[in-house]
Design a protein around this ligand. Structure first.
Ligand SMILES: O=C(O)CCC(=O)C(=O)O
Ligand SMILES: [Fe+2]
Length: 298
């Protein structure tokens, strides 16, 4: 987890990841063998009561402050996932990378001291194994707008380092209730058992958009499993499980907080194809470069 400050001119010199990623609190959740088996077979799992209302209220309040202030925008860590992300347009799916780092430095948020983190850590360890470590966090908000868009079908690993192969879990926490109508998570059961990362393209084949979609999604979309949740519920997905969320068609923002955990990340003999990331020319990348930010996205 250590990210040494190598160059004081780099933007993230301001930010230090903790040396150890152990939670402060004890978990309040323990998975059953049946749940673990379900995840191994299907590549996802859903839990209705993951954290309590008090903590949800606290995190939601923090979250709204970060999004209102667009923290991290100058470092390329706050951007619109689904558009060209120019300053003159309202974002349809604003995404914040590293809320734990920005939250600590702005609103005093301490992720490692939350029940959400303790539970996410424990569940990920049960699903992946003892060597599990925290990889990073991000947050995607879908404001209530008639222009709201779906997050296209994708595998998370398609965004990541092509020289590595991952066993990873994304913990997606609902900060209000979610349904198909406002953009709950939807999964293709068993899709994580594909041989490797599938070929992807940027949304609308537009290299200025960060968001990725799997090529020919219709080939894979069958038996969709949608996961509505009450506020404080969570889903867990493997990094090669195909997933999607619909547009937010409600009158309230849809807020989700995602924590990534990994285990046994390995170097590949050969890098996998990654052309869909290589051809990107996004505003966020430009801002990251100009500010000197180079900590890899979670
Ligand atoms: O919240 C969304 O719309 C998508 C979330 C997602 O893809 C993820 O957390 O991996
Ligand atoms: Fe994803």
């Amino acid at each position: 987890m250590e990210e040494a400050i190598r160059n004081p001119h780099q933007a993230h010199a301001l930010f230090v990841l903790p040396e150890n990623d152990k939670p402060v609190k004890e978990p309040t959740i323990q998975l059953t063998n049946k749940q673990i088996e379900f995840f191994k077979t299907n590549g996802f799992l859903s839990i209705d009561h993951f954290i309590d209302d008090d903590e949800i209220t606290y995190i939601r309040d923090q979250y709204d402050k970060w999004f209102a202030a667009k923290i991290g925008r100058e470092h390329g860590n706050f951007f619109d996932l689904l558009s060209e992300d120019t300053d003159d347009k309202e974002a349809v799916a604003p995404q914040l990378l590293w809320p734990s780092i920005y939250g600590k430095n702005t609103t005093g948020f301490d992720l490692y001291n939350t029940q959400m983190y303790a539970n996410a850590y424990a569940v990920s360890k049960a699903l992946l194994g003892d060597g599990t470590t925290f990889k990073g966090d991000h947050a995607i908000m879908k404001p209530p707008t008639s222009k709201s868009l779906p997050t296209p079908w994708h595998q998370d690993e398609a965004y990541w380092d092509p020289t590595l192969t991952y066993e990873s879990v994304g913990v997606w926490v609902a900060l209000q209730s979610v349904s198909i109508e406002n953009g709950c998570m939807q999964f293709i059961p068993g899709s994580h058992r594909v041989s490797d990362v599938l070929s992807h393209h940027t949304q609308n084949n537009n290299p200025r958009i960060h968001g990725l979609e799997v090529d020919n999604p219709n080939e894979y979309i069958e038996n969709i499993s949608s996961c509505p949740l009450p506020s404080g519920g969570a889903t867990f997905h493997h990094c090669r499980t195909l997933h999607y969320t619909g547009p937010n068609q409600s009158n309230e923002p849809r807020r989700a907080y995602t924590l990534q955990f990994q285990c046994d990340t390995k170097k590949r003999d050969q890098p996998r194809p990654n052309v869909w990331n290589e051809i990107k020319i996004t505003e966020r990348e430009r801002r990251a470069k100009e500010s000197g930010w180079n900590l890899r996205a979670p």
